[in-house]
Design a protein around this ligand. Sequence first.
Ligand SMILES: [Zn+2]
Length: 599
Amino acid sequence: MSKFQLTGGACSVLMNGTPPDNFAPTMQVLSLKQLQASGAASDRYRIIISDGGNYMQAMLAVQLNDLVHSGSLAKHSVITLDKFACNDVQDKRIAILLAVTVLGNSEKIGDPVSLDKGGDKPVSAVPSPATNQRPAPAPAASAPARTPAAKPAPPPRAGAEQAPSLVPIAGLSPYQNKWTIRARVTQKSDIRTWSNARGEGKLFSVNLMDETGEIKATGFNAVVDSHYDQFEEGKVYYLTNARINLAKKQFSNLNSEYEISMEARTVVQECTDTSAVPEITYNFIPIDQLQSIAKDAHCDIIGVVHEVGPAVEFISKASNKSTVKREISIVDRSAASVRLTLWGKTAESFQGEDQPVIAFKGVKVGDYGGRSLSMFSTSTMYPNPDLPEAHELRGWYDNGGSNSSFQAQSSGGIATTGATGVFNRAELKTLAFVKESNLGTGDRPDFFSTRASIIFVKPENIMYPACASADCSKKVTQLDENNWRCEKCDKSCETPEWRYLLSFSVADHTSQAWLQAFNEVGVIIMGISAPELQELKTQDQAAHDRHIASAIGRTWYFACRAKEETFNDLTRVRYGVNKVFPVDYKADAWANLDIIKKY
Ligand SMILES: [Zn+2]
């Protein structure tokens, strides 16, 4: 005698329509078989479950596959069906198991017979031990053992909310024609267009989720016009009259074997009773633990948008098409920050100035500069979601968290300008701001970037004769015509190495400032090397002057270092240029668009 008691009559209840809410029968797995679905990448398991008197077919929702892989769910396991849905598939009534508890293993209990064809065996004639856990509703012996197969789902009528006969997403297959699903949109794509030899077109897709699983639905051309605006992320819809195809996994990150192709006849209706449809679930990883996630894996992240980079347009190498990307930096309570890249319309329209909390689902982990994150077509983001984690983060960030020093998980990108002289638009300051906030007057140098135009180049001492030894750029003194001496190296050379020491005035719409630049920056600003300019001076003074004049009026991004210096008892802030970058007018336009949007 087994130590387990199965819920007698459970099969009959599952076969006969709507089980009561708390019905969680204890049943035994008689067999477990992996389905050979052509073209499917994820396993599906068909199992036979028994109540001791009868047995019937069931499917395991893919999220339970791990139970099989780990060996905890196997032939003769006794399980409690915590959550399930019943569905008619190809004239068979099948229980789709969504959540189970494995109680243990046992030898085969009873001598159950099939209930598959239903009705032909009165359930009451097969007594089995009654459960002592939950009273199972007594099966009505006279009732037909099952509902008619695949009751057609009436398409939902606009305006009138009704309950069409629903099929769980996990139960969808190409063999069914009539079905309606009730699902939440977890992600909605941009409208994508294509054009090739055979013509052009457009498409969009939505990811749909119910308690049994997820599936992608795609619509082309006219369907884009009729349905794109109808879908809104997070909302719940009835969807009926569409085709089920094998999933094209290369375009999806969902596990489902199938996907939905919306057609002209497809009906979509919003469902206001959303209680039965689960919210999106997250498995958040603290940012400081991203190092433990493998490259290219997907993960869920929640954080506060700490910094927002500009939208930048570029030509994708893969598609040779123009696209827009934007990098943001997000932080969480682990005192870590990570760079995350947004693409396309999401990047263009992103508004992060008020430091929202954002929950990201299914973002891709990259290893560029440590760990970075990237949205891709199937990732989703929810600004300010109504989640406990989000409220906690908000409170933390607004009450001092924003002043934490964050351990960067990714370098580069929108990292700080700093001594490395990387141009950072987020640190772009006006000259008036630089002066008014007294940058450079503290104990340590301050770094900033500015966009300014050169209005004057001091023509005197534009360069100096430097020691020609490697790694030495000390000024040398001329002893005689072919004899220049370096004190540091204690050496003489015949000809010095001319190097720039530029002092020039720049202006933006707010103020004017003097900047200093050494050789590397000087070469870029002057357009020729210092020896070339020196040569010009000896050959043709007028040409030399014209060349210097040509540097005036040009606009650059300058990455600068501000530090107070004292010379002859006079203390003033000196602005040294670490790096100079040509203006990216496109990126400027995008950044300006962001600024204008705030008004
Ligand atoms: Zn030297």
